[in-house]
Design a protein around this ligand. Structure first.
Ligand SMILES: O=P(O)(O)O[C@H]1O[C@H](CO)[C@@H](O)[C@H]1O
Ligand SMILES: Nc1nc2[nH]cnc2c(=O)[nH]1
Length: 314
C-alpha cells in the first residue's frame, strides 16, 4: 500500500474532516503498489485493454458506446484514489469498441483535490502494466485563443506544464527505469499519427468546422483565471487552459504509451475587463453534455482506427 511519507500529511491531517489520512497520502508509489493493483484488476476481469480513455469533467459517457462492459468503482480498487469533483463519476469501465478492448476512466484526479501527482497519475501506470498501448485523454478547458468558440474540440498538439515549472511534476522523485528513463523527451508527447487520424475522422464525421489544434496549458486550479493571468497565458502561446491532463500525459509518454489529447472548449476565458460573463463549473458541465454525443462518436470511431494503425505499425 501507499507509504505514508507525504511532506504534506501533517498539513492535510490538521483539517477536520479532511479526505487525507496517513493511509491515502503518499510521496511516491512503489512498483509493488502498481503491481498489486494491476494484479487485482487482471484477476477480476478477462478484458485485456489496448486503449485507455481518460474522461474529464462531464465526459464519462464516452464509455457508453462500449459493449460487454464491466465496471469497478474506484473505492473498491486497491490503492485507487476516489473522485471528489462533480462530473467525475469515479469508476473504471472495461469494455469493447468493435474488436478493441478498452478501459475507460469515468473521472480523473486533480492536484486541487489535494492528491499528490503520484496519485493523480497512478492509473496510467496501471494501464501500462495491463498492456495498454494508446491513451486518449479528454477534458474540459477554457478557450484562450480569441478565434475559439464554445463547443470547439481542440486536438492538443503540445502543452505547457505550469505546475511542473514550479516543481509540481509527476516524474520528480526516484526514477523507476521499469517505467521509463530519467530524462524523457516531451517534444513529441502527442502522437502525430493520432492527431492526423483525429483530423481525418473528424472530417469524415462532418465536424471539421469545430475541430481545432493548439497548445493546452495546465494550471493547478481550483480558481478560474484572473484576467491578467489569462492575458499572460495568451502571450505565452497557450490556446486553452485547464486544471488536468498534463500529469497523465507526461507519465504516459514517459512509459512509452501513444497519446492523443482532446479538450472541449467549454467557455471563453475572459481577456477583457469589460466582459461581464463569469465562468462556473455548472456551465462547464452543461457544454460537456451538449457535445457528449458527438465526442462519443469521435472517440469511438478513433479507437477502432487507432488500434488498426497500431497493428499495422508492428
Ligand atoms: O480537466 P477536467 O477534469 O476535465 O475539468 C476541468 O473543468 C473543471 C473546472 O470546471 C476543472 O476540473 C478543470 O480541469
Ligand atoms: N483553468 C481553467 N480550467 C477550466 N476548465 C474549464 N474551463 C476552464 C477555464 O476557463 N480555466
Amino acid at each position: 500500500m501507499f507509504s505514508p511519507v507525504s511532506p504534506c500529511t501533517w498539513l492535510y491531517s490538521s483539517f477536520p474532516g479532511s479526505l487525507h489520512t496517513p493511509e491515502t497520502e503518499c510521496y511516491c508509489c512503489s512498483f509493488d503498489d502498481y503491481k498489486l493493483t494491476t494484479e487485482w484488476l487482471l484477476n477480476q476481469t478477462n478484458h485485456r485493454p489496448k486503449v485507455a480513455v481518460i474522461c474529464g469533467s462531464g465526459l464519462g459517457l464516452l464509455a457508453d458506446g462500449a459493449t460487454n462492459k464491466q465496471t469497478f468503482r474506484y473505492q473498491d480498487i486497491p490503492n485507487f484514489p476516489v473522485s471528489t469533483v462533480p462530473g467525475h463519476e469515479g469508476c473504471l469501465v472495461f469494455g469493447k469498441i468493435e474488436d478493441t478492448s478498452c478501459v475507460f476512466m469515468k473521472g480523473h484526479f486533480h492536484l486541487y483535490e489535494g492528491y499528490s501527482l503520484c496519485q493523480v497519475t497512478f492509473p496510467v501506470r496501471i494501464f501500462k502494466l495491463m498492456g495498454v498501448e494508446s491513451v486518449l485523454v479528454t477534458n474540459a478547458s477554457g478557450g484562450i485563443c480569441p478565434d475559439f468558440k464554445v463547443g470547439d474540440i481542440m486536438i492538443i498538439k503540445d502543452h505547457i506544464n505550469l505546475p511542473g515549472f514550479a516543481g509540481q511534476h509527476p516524474l520528480c522523485g526516484p526514477n523507476d527505469e521499469r517505467f521509463g528513463i530519467r530524462f524523457p523527451c516531451m517534444s513529441d508527447a502527442y502522437s502525430k499519427d493520432l492527431r492526423t487520424l483525429a483530423l481525418d475522422v473528424g472530417s469524415e464525421l462532418g465536424c471539421s468546422h469545430f475541430l481545432r489544434s493548439g497548445v493546452y496549458c495546465m494550471v493547478s486550479g481550483p480558481n478560474f483565471e484572473t484576467i491578467a493571468e489569462a492575458r499572460m497565458l495568451l502571450t505565452l502561446g497557450c490556446d486553452s487552459v485547464g486544471m488536468s491532463m498534463v500529469p497523465e500525459v507526461t507519465v504516459a509518454k514517459h512509459s512509452g504509451l501513444r497519446v492523443l489529447g482532446l479538450t472541449l472548449i467549454t467557455n471563453k476565458v475572459s481577456l477583457d475587463y469589460s466582459r461581464e460573463e463569469k465562468v462556473n463549473h455548472d456551465e462547464v458541465l452543461e457544454i460537456c453534455k451538449m457535445r457528449a454525443e458527438l465526442l462519443q462518436k469521435l472517440v469511438t470511431t478513433l479507437i477502432g482506427r487507432c488500434q488498426l494503425q497500431s497493428i499495422n505499425r508492428h
